[in-house]
Design a protein around this ligand. Structure first.
Ligand SMILES: NC(=O)c1ccc[n+]([C@@H]2O[C@H](COP(=O)([O-])OP(=O)(O)OC[C@H]3O[C@@H](n4cnc5c(N)ncnc54)[C@H](O)[C@@H]3O)[C@@H](O)[C@H]2O)c1
Length: 289
């Protein structure tokens, strides 16, 4: 999408971190922006950042896991700005811990926000974008954890692999409707993700604070992770990369080049496994199919 000025963007998780950075980058490109977030206080603070400028930015408090609420948010966006063109399905949360320590509450919360939230964004907005016929764009926030397994991030990994797969199919299917798609796959970015437990509903909170566990190593040490976060990529750079991806129709947004090798290693391992299974079939004379 080259011509963004005057068009409308809806950004979930837009009150903090990368979502807020996207709001700044897209607004600076002349877009009208809806910042959608579950956290009213953060939403109010985010909107203040746009109050002095000529930008047209509004906020909608919405939980992306609620289907009807997302539908309502889409209707409110159209009521305010008439149409929607760009949807950034970005809201996300994380928990830490080995798979065998995870509870259904961990699974339901993380899959609800990270995967169902993206599904709900697509269900609510895709028909509306197709209906106005002016073209559009989806940016789904996954992660490098959508390509590489990370011990102690199994639930998060699962949600992000799903977002990558979903986005790859959307990319293939929506081109015919003049709707572009990107999947954002960052490494570590300096945001509030490590405090994502702040938005965890009581009914999905268990006895162990698995969101807080993200900030600790196995010995309960927070210092190393705090240092890593301090030197991490600034969210504003990611906001600008998202803008560039929309303008240039670039599907993958790989913000951290150091992950090229680990992705190649995984691909090479799968390729080697294909060879071993070909040999197995030959040995066992499996010729059909
Ligand atoms: N920060 C990183 O290192 C990193 C790396 C890769 C991917 N990501 C992904 O980036 C996205 C943005 O996260 P961030 O790092 O900017 O974190 P962040 O915590 O700063 O921002 C996330 C935003 O999502 C909102 N949110 C949480 N639950 C919600 C819900 N149910 N409905 C609506 N909004 C909700 C939060 O209020 C917050 O404003 C997430 O999908 C995250 O998984 C982050």
């Amino acid at each position: 999408m080259k011509d963004l000025a005057g068009k409308v963007a809806f950004i979930t998780g837009g009150a903090s971190g990368m979502g807020l950075a996207m709001a700044h980058s897209l607004s600076a490109a002349g877009m009208k922006v809806v910042i959608a977030d579950i956290e009213q206080q953060a939403l109010d603070a985010a909107l203040k950042q746009f109050s002095d400028s000529n930008s047209e930015v509004i906020g909608i408090c919405v939980d992306v896991t609620r289907r009807e609420a997302m539908e309502q948010a889409a209707a409110e966006t159209e009521a305010a700005f008439e149409k929607v063109h760009v949807v950034c399905n970005n809201a996300g949360v994380a928990v830490g811990g080995a798979m065998d320590t995870m509870t259904y509450k961990d699974w339901d919360w993380v899959m609800g926000v990270n995967l169902d939230g993206v599904v709900n964004g697509v269900q609510a907005f895709l028909p509306r974008i197709k209906a106005h016929g002016e073209g559009g764009y989806f940016v789904n926030t996954a992660s490098m954890a959508g390509h590489i397994p990370v011990p102690s991030l199994g639930v998060y990994n699962t949600s992000k692999f799903a977002v990558v797969g979903m986005s790859e199919v959307m990319h293939m299917e929506l081109a015919a409707h003049n709707i572009g798609v990107s999947v954002l796959c960052p490494g570590v970015v300096r945001t509030n993700i490590f405090a994502s437990g702040r938005n965890r509903p009581d009914e999905l909170t268990g006895a162990i604070d698995t969101a807080a566990a993200l900030l600790q190593d196995e010995g309960g040490n927070e210092e190393q992770l705090a240092a890593m976060l301090a030197s991490a990529l600034d969210a504003s750079a990611v906001g600008d990369m998202v803008l560039h991806a929309i303008q240039t129709d670039e599907f993958y947004i790989f913000t951290h080049p150091e992950f090229k090798d680990p992705v190649a290693v995984r691909a090479a391992e799968m390729s080697a496994s294909f060879d071993r299974w070909r040999a197995y079939r030959e040995t066992h004379n499996i010729t059909q199919g």
